[in-house]
Design a protein around this ligand. Structure first.
Ligand SMILES: Nc1nc2c(ncn2[C@@H]2O[C@H](COP(=O)(O)OP(=O)(O)OP(=O)(O)O)[C@@H](O)[C@H]2O)c(=O)[nH]1
Ligand SMILES: [Mg+2]
Length: 375
């Protein structure tokens, strides 16, 4: 993650550099090229190395670039949104305000499942299929590994080789902040940027490990659980709460030797679902046998996505879900803003250091220290 943004720190002379700092070419698999006006950095020149540091685009340029579906600008806008620097966050939020009226139209699909279930392979197959039908597909890969490695762009690219080079597709890995699965801290903002860029299908892939699925399900309109046939009892190792969230269950790898096991697994899931409340009132969660590798059942999967969307729209639940999504976003940004204001309060850092020392030396109890600081 730190690899993405190295700029913007104080210079060696102690003076802060450009308050917003240049944005590095983003680490996505499709954009990432320096924008027009890229300059050879001084450091690069003196060392005789030819690398470029792109000039920071203005908010206007970012806005126009995103709306014009300029991949490079979209990537930079996402990098800005993901930056942890307060000034970047201010700019990123201003950008969200500017693009707001262009968002909200996409199909927001979440794919979760255990590692190796075939999520990426499925996105490659269905993504290419959608692109060939004239859709514009954005894929956000929530990637726990990239928090460690600084981005597994190559991994994503090799898993989605055709989609990565497709004209009307955009793939963006987002590192989670150390947590496994779930969503990255700016997935919502990234999704908005992709919608503003005219992607009418936004797919979010996230590893599911039994507790993070809820986070993803809350972020998207349609939540699809990708499963793979295993040996024995299929229902083991998959939590009831997770199955309850699924709007669609796709048993992948229903091909070759695995086909019989995949069929049995699907029957087990169908049986289990009968005892659970529906994920969406008025909708019966389908359990589909698919093969991402052999392109089996993808049309059924997509018609289920569209069917679910139609139920959401007709029943008014889409508006409800969107409103809940907005409220969660509101609360999250509000919490962040309050915390930031609090920490920026004059004298806070000094008091924090004092209280930390006092707590450490057991001179004050933890609740007393917290109370003292908040006052
Ligand atoms: N037989 C078969 N193998 C598949 C199918 N889909 C994926 N695989 C294989 O399963 C393995 C994992 O696939 P991925 O698409 O990387 O799985 P993933 O769920 O994205 O994995 P993570 O991102 O690590 O969580 C790869 O070796 C794929 O080739 C399929 O439909 N049939
Ligand atoms: Mg994957």
């Amino acid at each position: 993650m730190s690899q993405q943004r190295t700029a913007g720190k104080s210079g060696s002379d102690g003076k802060p550099s450009d308050p917003l700092g240049p944005i590095q070419p983003a680490s996505d698999s499709t954009g990432g090229l320096p924008a027009e006006g890229a300059v050879i950095s001084e450091a690069g020149r003196t060392r005789g190395v030819k690398f470029t540091v792109a000039k920071r685009p203005t908010l206007e340029q970012l806005e126009q670039g995103v709306l014009a579906r300029d991949r490079s600008m979209l990537s930079r806008a996402i990098t800005l949104a993901e930056s942890r620097r307060p000034q970047d966050q201010d700019a990123a939020q201003e950008l969200q305000v500017r693009i707001a009226s262009h968002t909200g139209k996409a199909i927001r699909l979440g794919l979760s499942g255990v590692p190796g279930a075939g999520k990426s392979t499925l996105i490659e197959s269905i993504g290419v299929w959608l692109v060939n039908q004239g859709h514009h597909v954005a894929v956000l890969v929530i990637d726990p590994s990239s928090a460690r490695t600084g981005g597994s762009i190559l991994g994503d690219k090799t898993r989605m080789p055709q989609l990565a080079v497709a004209q009307n597709a955009y793939i963006r890995p987002s590192p989670t902040a150390g947590t496994l699965g779930g969503v990255a801290w700016r997935t919502r903002e990234t999704m908005m940027l992709c919608e503003a860029a005219g992607f009418d299908v936004v797919i979010v892939e996230s590893v599911g490990v039994g507790q993070s699925e809820g986070e993803l399900a809350e972020l998207v309109d349609t939540f699809c659980l990708v499963l793979a046939p295993g040996g024995g009892d299929e229902l083991q190792g998959i939590k009831r709460g997770v199955v309850e969230l699924a709007d669609i269950m796709a048993v992948n790898k229903s091909d070759g030797d695995l086909e019989p096991a995949a069929k049995r697994a699907a029957a087990d899931y169908r049986h289990a679902l009968r005892m659970l409340p529906p994920s969406t009132p008025g909708w019966k969660t389908p359990v589909l046998n698919i093969s991402a590798r052999a392109d089996i059942g993808l049309d059924k999967l997509w018609s289920s996505v569209e069917g679910h969307r139609a139920v959401l729209e007709q029943s008014g639940q889409l508006l409800e879900r969107r409103s809940e999504q907005r409220l969660r976003w509101f609360r999250r940004l509000l919490d962040e803003a309050i915390l930031r204001r609090f920490k920026e309060h004059p004298g806070f850092q000094k008091e924090l250091a004092e209280m930390t020392a006092a707590v450490s030396a057991n001179k004050i109890t933890v609740p007393q220290a917290v109370r003292g600081l908040v006052k």
